[in-house]
Write a protein that binds this ligand. Sequence first.
Ligand code: NAP
Length: 340
Amino acid sequence: MAEQPLPATAREWHLVSRPNGWPVPADAALVEAPVRTPEPGEVVVRNAYLSVDPYMRGRMNDVKSYTPPFKLGQPMEGGAVGHVVASAAEGYEVGDAVLHFQGWREYATLPAAHTVKVDGAQAPLSYYLGVLGMPGLTAYAGLLSVGALEPGETVFVSGAAGAVGSLVGQIARLKGAARVVGSAGSAAKVKTLVEQYGFDAAFNYKDAPVAEQLAAAAPEGIDVYFDNVGGDHLEAAIGALKVHGRAVLCGAIAQYNDTAPPAAPRNLALAIGKRLRLEGMLVGDHTGLQPRFVREVAGWLKDGSLHYSETVVEGVEHTMDAFLGMLRGENTGKMVVKLG
Ligand code: NAP
């Protein structure tokens, strides 16, 4: 494919102030910046899809964490997929589709070694930000490796209609769970969980206390809890877990915008008598599972046994809206931004 002239400038999102509590649109600014020509070993990628993910909220704070904070006045980072439009790297040609980490922008100039080639013929490009990417591996590794799910067990997952949660519930089903229960934040999402994703039961956590609704949905208790939410969800799950139950601590989105410590869980001491295992996880520790994950999940997508949803927001100028919308629950499945 012939190399096209690069635009002189393109748009990128900068963090301009650190949110205190809920982020607001004015915390980020869309800035016109020069598109740098590639140095030897580098490629220029025109992004086709940007990912917006909950962990980005943590990177907006100036605190030490497992990923460094975003810098003020600098482009934010995140997953993105796109096509190489200029290459000074051996083995990379114009037109190659790649996954990389310089999202929140239209064009990225970066070392080819920091990209992974993906196959747009195998799956839609955006899938590499979701079901075949980081959230997919999180669900797969969290449930099967950290949660050590066994056939015949009962699984409860919170954030069940989101990118990770919708896959956790379906993978549990495919791996022989006896009962799969999910919670989500709207009646429409609850309906999708049961009617499309094959959950045995689901409830809207906004309708009544989680502990009450979980007890009704899983009267015999649960073996594995996949926690995307924290707080009262985790407290309810600790109460419902059977002896030797496991909780996969994947996320705590209910508290990402809190300015005070969470009130729950208040019942952690139950973990002693029930000999529970509560284990935090980071997807980056599970890259060894990547080949098995891709093989198995791609197979399920192909034979139709795994359903995958996306909420697609169009236009780089709406990336911050998509991020804020995801935090508010406006997505079913993975929230992605499609660039023109
Ligand atoms: P997602 O579930 O697609 O989107 C976030 C969802 O969180 C929203 O759609 C919303 O759905 C829900 N939510 C927001 N506020 C909530 C609240 N107060 N209580 C309950 N639910 C709330 O996001 P995702 O990418 O799949 O991530 C899910 C979780 O996994 C997050 O906690 C994330 O940080 C974590 N994660 C961890 C790792 C890791 O390596 N540990 C990797 C990826 C993701 P509702 O409409 O249902 O409220």
